[in-house]
Write a protein that binds this ligand. Structure first.
Ligand SMILES: Nc1nc2c(ncn2[C@@H]2O[C@H](COP(=O)(O)OP(=O)(O)OP(=O)(O)O)[C@@H](O)[C@H]2O)c(=O)[nH]1
Length: 368
């Protein structure tokens, strides 16, 4: 075949494709690359035109885009993860000169026997590959095969394929930067949600902490006002916990706190229930409910559940087992009630109930 004459329409086509690529969204980018290699393939009357990307250290390459003339076989599937050990001469040429051009693969030097064998396997007679270089980094290459006859690659062909290569290299670089940005953004979001979770979870017991309780109270009070429903707060305090620590040690004390927290979380499972560690050995429960009786029933369940944990507490003046006292308060907030004031009232009154429960001998429930 003879080299063709300079072709201005190809330049125009490239210029159009490159304008589209510059303004393209991620999805369109791949189509544009496919169109660019198809345009070049058709222009030089090639049998196959393709893009390969190298691994970071240029030790392997994979075929990412392929255009084949009608009737020619596609090779993209069997050209994945090709290593420099498979084609050492080719990799060496690409690394050194960023191109690999041969008019007749039969004339390749003796040390290119692997390459010759591979080209013969694919029935290739002439090959041109131009490196995709962006920011001085070799990202891959764009290439063309002639299958039927050998072909004399012209200066014009090389210039055109270099233009295509330039365009694809810049696009790939932009895509890689975009992917890195997306990945960084994903990592940041993940770190943020972990931080958010850490900031609202009590490290020892794994249930919500005081900060999360404050947020939940605000949300629940607003909802109760909006929906005209009631809201109950229970404050649950472990009895004689100081003497428990003194008798069994701080670690056993920690273990007991975790067991009580687990028991609370097991009982309060509705989506509108909320359990938090309120202070050292004190827990809080928020319930959306229409009746104080329902709140009282839950408080009784909690009292029983803690007793049933059977945590020995020989030094307790109340019971030889770990027990809790519970203070409760129920209210249907008025539609015009001030949120902060309502929250304060819920907590203060539940606290008054707790104070009463302690005063009445502990291991009991008092509603204010
Ligand atoms: N092991 C352990 N102990 C804690 C933790 N936080 C608070 N405490 C202990 O809880 C105890 C609370 O003591 P007090 O406030 O005197 O209450 P109490 O002994 O339970 O007495 P009453 O509530 O009146 O029955 C203190 O000894 C604290 O050290 C914790 O995270 N781990």
């Amino acid at each position: 075949m003879t080299p063709r004459q300079p072709n201005t329409s190809f330049d125009q086509l490239l210029s159009q494709l490159s304008t589209r690529l510059i303004n393209s969204e991620h999805a369109e980018t791949q189509t544009c690359i496919a169109e660019a290699i198809a345009a070049f393939g058709a222009y030089v009357d090639a049998d196959r035109c393709y893009v390969f990307e190298f691994s970071e250290d240029i030790s392997s390459m994979s075929n990412t885009h392929e255009w084949v003339r009608d009737g020619q076989s596609a090779h993209i599937d069997d050209l994945q993860g090709v290593t420099s050990g498979d084609l050492p001469y080719f990799f060496e040429q690409m690394r050194r000169s960023h191109q690999f051009i041969t008019n007749d693969v039969g004339q390749l030097p003796a040390n290119a026997e692997n390459e010759k064998a591979e080209f013969q396997r694919e029935s290739i007679k002439s090959v041109i590959c131009i490196g995709l270089v962006a920011n001085n980094k070799l990202l891959g290459f764009v290439g063309c095969d002639m299958v039927h006859d050998t072909y004399q690659w012209s200066e014009e062909d090389i210039r055109h394929l270099s233009l295509v290569a330039n365009m694809i290299a810049n696009t790939l670089e932009r895509e890689q930067t975009y992917q890195k940005l997306i990945e960084t953004q994903r990592q940041l979001e993940e770190a943020n949600s972990k931080l958010q979770a850490l900031a609202t979870i009590d490290g020892l017991t794994g249930i919500a902490n005081r900060r999360a309780l404050d947020e939940a109270l605000e949300k629940e009070v607003k909802r109760a006002k909006r929906q005209r429903t009631g809201i109950a707060v229970l404050l649950i305090d472990i009895d004689h916990f100081k003497s428990f620590n003194d008798a069994y040690g701080h670690l056993k004390g920690d273990e007991a706190l975790k067991q009580v927290a687990d028991a609370l979380a097991t009982i309060m499972q509705r989506s509108t229930d909320f359990v938090a560690r309120y202070g050292g050995e004190e827990f809080a429960v928020i319930m959306s409910t229409d009746s104080a009786w329902q709140a009282l029933r839950k408080a009784n369940e909690i009292l029983d559940a803690v007793e049933n944990l059977d945590i020995t507490h020989e030094r307790s003046d109340t019971d030889p087992y770990l027990t809790v006292s519970i203070g409760g308060y129920f209210e249907v907030p008025k539609a015009d009630a001030e949120v902060a004031g309502t929250i304060q009232q819920l907590l203060n009154n539940a606290d008054m109930g707790l104070y009463q429960a302690k005063d009445d001998g502990r291991n009991c429930i008092r509603f204010y």
